[in-house]
Write a protein that binds this ligand. Structure first.
Ligand code: F0G
Length: 468
């Protein structure tokens, strides 16, 4: 191999392109073109990494693993240690907070609750800003630097905003975030303020914020960091690599994720697919997406597909019917018009997974059960365990199969929800058939309210005794 070729083989990122995912278009664009959808057909874009250049690289798995012990800032990031599969060259101005490298926990109580012999939880809430968004933001903000952007922007239900604000601060870029006013957990909003972002509270919901963001797409100095941006997905796909590493490269039967704007499920689908095409695994896990009942446009679309269309992985539907007024207490996934639904649906169909909904009560109880395993997550993340329980009950997951749920955010992201659940004051504004709203209490099956105890040893011991 000539030196030049050897260099390319180690840096396939240089040869990556942006490609339209619509099969009848499949137009390709340069890696440094500032575009978010296909300029020809408006289809979604993805990054095509020339995997063939990597087939000659020996010991990729060992190489990635060895970097965990390195002190090089790139190697210490759980995203950049997979640099061979990222669309950047070795000199890219990497913006990192040492994201990734998150734990994979055994969760016996949650397993039992969900009807499984065992269940593992991949906790993406253990990232620097406490959500999975960081793995994608490190690559998106690095790309913003490369493009010479002045300002990075996003629409958000809270976590994308907190993450972008932090990475923009590291990169010394101006950051503006568009949030649906009054619909964001105060803890997430506080993060964005602390990281110095311009916080624009919009009178509307997340989908309105997203529409405004797309109007900013033609301003050259502004770079959009929502998951419509394929560079976000590149960082987020590394979670699949890291998870496989933690499973000793034994592919789990099922990987289950919450669904909101659908970047996460798209990214996992791409990550596993690349591992399969590189021959590092020999099959794909079934990817299933769980949505909250009141914010479930993709689950509705999936339920309407014919079994033959699912089996044949037929051409993707052209349109999704948005939910005009999405509702859920899991505000992170309160989204009615997900931008990445086509990629996500493709991942589920390819891997023979499912897309289902869970109720507010189911989410709340699953969240508390995850807590009893000593693992705290935010409500959106708990859709996974609630969904697995349903999939097990209906025979779509078998008790002995290996299942991984991806927890997307930390328990401290939404402390009001947690406190209200345990105190018995959590309620949900539900819509009646006539269109009126009514408040439905969430009755916590695993409620654990604080009790008033007298300031004596005896009273404390009595309290312990009564709860043994
Ligand atoms: N879980 C959490 C905690 C989230 O914050 C999100 C999305 C999701 C799940 C859904 O992931 O959008 O990739 O399907 N939050 C976005 C935000 C929308 O603005 O923070 P997705």
């Amino acid at each position: 191999m000539s030196d030049a070729l050897a260099k390319t083989a180690q840096q396939p990122g240089i040869a990556a392109v942006q490609r339209c995912i619509v099969p009848t278009c499949a137009a390709k664009y340069g890696i440094r073109e500032q575009i978010y959808v296909c300029p020809r057909c408006s289809g979604p874009l993805e990054i095509a990494i020339p995997l063939e250049l990597l087939k000659s690289v020996p010991d990729l798995r060992e190489r990635w693993h060895a970097r965990v012990a390195s002190h090089d800032p790139r190697d210490r990031s759980g995203v950049w240690r997979f640099s061979e599969l990222l669309p950047f060259d070795k000199d890219a101005p990497v913006v990192t907070l040492f994201e990734g490298n998150t734990p994979l926990y055994d969760a016996p109580r949650s397993a039992k609750y969900a009807g499984l012999t065992a269940l593992r939880l991949k906790h993406q809430g253990c990232n620097p800003t406490a959500s999975f968004k960081d793995t994608g933001m490190t690559t998106a903000v690095t790309q913003a630097k490369l493009l010479g952007a002045q300002t990075v922007v996003c629409a958000s239900t809270g976590n994308t905003a907190a993450s972008l604000a932090a990475y923009a601060a590291r990169a010394e870029l101006q950051c503006a975030i568009l949030l649906p006013q009054g619909q964001i957990s105060p803890a997430k909003l506080a993060q964005s303020m602390d990281y110095g972002a311009i916080v624009c509270e919009i009178a509307g919901n997340f989908d309105d914020c997203m529409r405004l963001i797309s109007e900013l797409a033609d301003v050259p100095s502004i770079y959009i960091a929502n998951s419509v941006n394929p560079f976000r997905i590149e960082g987020q796909k590394t979670v699949a690599f890291e998870l496989l590493e933690q499973c000793a490269w034994r592919v789990p039967d099922h990987v289950v994720v919450p669904g909101g704007n659908m970047g996460n499920s798209s990214a996992l689908g791409k990550g596993f697919d690349e591992m399969l095409r590189l021959g590092l695994i020999d099959r794909l896990p079934k990817i299933s997406i769980i949505q909250a009942e009141g914010s479930a446009p993709l689950a509705h679309l999936f339920a309407g597909l014919q079994p033959s269309e699912i089996a044949a992985q037929a051409a993707l539907p052209e349109e999704i019917v948005p939910v005009p007024h999405p509702r859920t207490l899991a505000t992170a996934i309160k989204i009615g018009a997900p931008v990445s639904w086509k990629k996500a649906l493709r991942a589920v169909l390819r891997t023979h997974g499912n897309i289902i909904t869970v109720s507010e009560q189911e989410i709340a109880d699953a969240k508390a059960i995850i807590g009893r395993d000593g693992i705290g997550c935010e409500p959106a993340s708990a859709t996974t365990v609630a969904g697995i329980r349903k999939l097990t009950a209906s025979g779509r997951i078998h008790a002995a199969e290996s299942v991984v749920a991806v927890l997307t955010g930390h328990v401290l992201k939404d402390p009001d929800y947690v406190s209200n659940y345990h105190r018995g004051t959590l309620s949900f504004e539900s819509v009646t058939e006539r269109g009126a709203t009514k408040s439905v209490p969430i009755v916590g099956a695993f409620r654990n309210a604080p009790e008033k105890v007298a300031a004596t040893k005896q009273a404390i011991l009595k309290s312990l005794q009564s709860r043994r």
